[in-house]
Design a protein around this ligand. Structure first.
Ligand SMILES: *Cc1c(COP(=O)(O)O)cnc(C)c1O
Length: 430
């Protein structure tokens, strides 16, 4: 019964939505099979429209660090909704959330709210260009900074998953201003600075790469970027849309002790609603209109529902300090998957940073995008589908990080590891 409902809905979806989806990786295109349609989520579980449940390690691609439908977040949104959905004037909640971000994220002194991570990084780069009077930017191969024109050069996430070349529709005049070099390679960064002296407005980086699977920064890489950008008069932008509030309460900048000039936040900051932000030092942030000349605006920016959800989620994190427990449970999951693969003679490399995690089916350590691409994508696809059959929802791509929420317990991890072992056996037989 469920399958019939699923496929007719999937047919309807493909008739009216390109690929049947509102965002490419949701289509399961790279792993085969059809995506399930979600009915509701509860804690660590997602339930599809035929009542099957999945232990969820996608968690809406990162935002749900407290799991699905956390009562305090839901209640805050319901309360806010009762008072009106949007005002188009300043409202107290955006001041409160901005103050909380300034308190929690070490380098942030002022904040501008936007509605998606894409908007945050796009605006951060415009601000960096406006503040420095320079046009070029430098990024890293496989880092994903949303889908704005300047970033679709050797990008991660869906671009990597679908094996797409740099996107048509991006004017070459614009992409020519973006240089991309391997992650963890300071010499390559230096050589781009050597080629374009005084021209690079910003270096933008995911301080922990999470959009080609998970890749950690090598010792000294982030501090090296800090020194180089400072010496060259470029701004350092940490895209913490994924790492923010996840790898530590204050994000990667707290964990690694490196302060960027600008920070972009998204995902966790909105508690599951479309909220993102850019923040940084006062002198740079005040270059934004209306105090400065760099234009940026949004009809629904600082939306009261989003502010309420973000505040509620971050206050729970601040009160409960779950990061150590989350990190150790995430470690148990990754260690278990690596052990299961090793016992079966599969090449494997797994890492976790806070509650972000990733497993590559290749001999590690993986330090950059080229290394990530060595993962066995064919094995992954079968393994993914076998896990899904057994009620475990991993990201439907070998090039995405996994997540863990505070609603996940050891019993869920144990269920998952049983399914993982069986799924590996099935994938090896098939
Ligand atoms: C998800 C993500 C984005 C894009 O955010 P959207 O809200 O999907 O536009 C940007 N940067 C990083 C690091 C991300 O993980």
């Amino acid at each position: 019964m469920g399958t019939i409902a699923d496929s007719s809905l999937w047919e309807r979806a493909r008739r009216v939505l390109p690929g049947g989806v509102s965002s490419p990786v949701r289509s399961f295109r790279s792993v085969g099979g059809e995506p399930f349609f979600s009915d509701h989520g509860e804690g660590a579980f997602l339930y599809d429209i035929s009542g099957r449940r999945y232990v969820d390690y996608v968690l809406s691609w990162g935002p749900l660090i407290l799991g699905h439908a956390h009562p305090e977040v839901v209640e805050a949104v319901e309360r806010a909704a009762g008072s009106g959905l949007t005002f188009g004037t300043p409202a107290p909640a955006e001041v409160e959330l901005a103050e909380l971000l300034v308190e929690l994220v070490p380098s942030v002194e002022m904040v501008r709210f936007v509605s998606s991570g894409t908007e945050a990084t796009m605006s951060a780069v415009r601000l960096a260009r406006g503040a420095t009077g320079r046009d070029r930017i430098l990024k890293f191969d496989g880092c994903y900074h949303g889908h704005a024109d300047s970033f679709l050069v050797k990008a991660g996430s869906g671009v990597a998953t679908l094996g797409l070349p740099d996107s048509p529709g991006v004017p070459s005049a614009l992409s020519a201003l973006t240089s991309s070099v391997p992650f963890n390679d300071l010499e390559a960064v230096e050589s781009v600075f050597g080629r374009f002296p005084g021209e690079i407005a910003a270096v933008i980086v995911e301080p922990v790469m999470g959009n080609v699977g998970l890749i950690e920064p090598a010792e000294g890489f982030l501090s090296g970027l800090r020194e180089l950008t400072r010496a060259q008069g470029s701004l350092l932008v940490f895209d913490e849309v994924m790492t923010g509030f996840r790898v530590a309460l204050g994000g990667a900048q707290e964990r690694y002790g490196v302060d960027p000039d600008l920070t972009t936040l998204g995902k966790v900051v909105g508690g599951g609603l479309p909220v993102a932000a850019l923040g940084g030092r006062r002198a740079i942030m005040e270059q934004l209109a209306p105090t400065g000349p760099v234009y940026q605006a949004g009809t629904l920016s600082g939306n009261p529902l989003g502010m309420a959800a973000g505040l509620a989620q971050l206050r729970v994190l601040e009160r409960d300090r779950p990061h150590e427990r989350l990190e150790s449970l995430t470690g148990e999951l990754v260690d278990g998957i690596v052990r299961a693969a090793t016992e079966r003679g599969l090449p494997v490399s797994g890492v976790h940073v806070g509650s972000m995690w990733g497993v590559f089916f290749t001999e590690g350590p993986v330090t950059d995008y080229a290394g990530a691409k060595q993962t066995d994508t064919e094995f992954f696809s079968t393994y993914f589908r076998e896990c899904l059959k057994r009620g475990v929802f991993f990201a439907p791509s070998p090039f995405e990080a996994g997540f863990m929420s505070t609603a996940h317990r050891r019993e869920h991890v144990e269920m998952t590891l049983n399914a993982v072992g069986e799924s590996m056996d099935a994938a090896l037989e098939g």
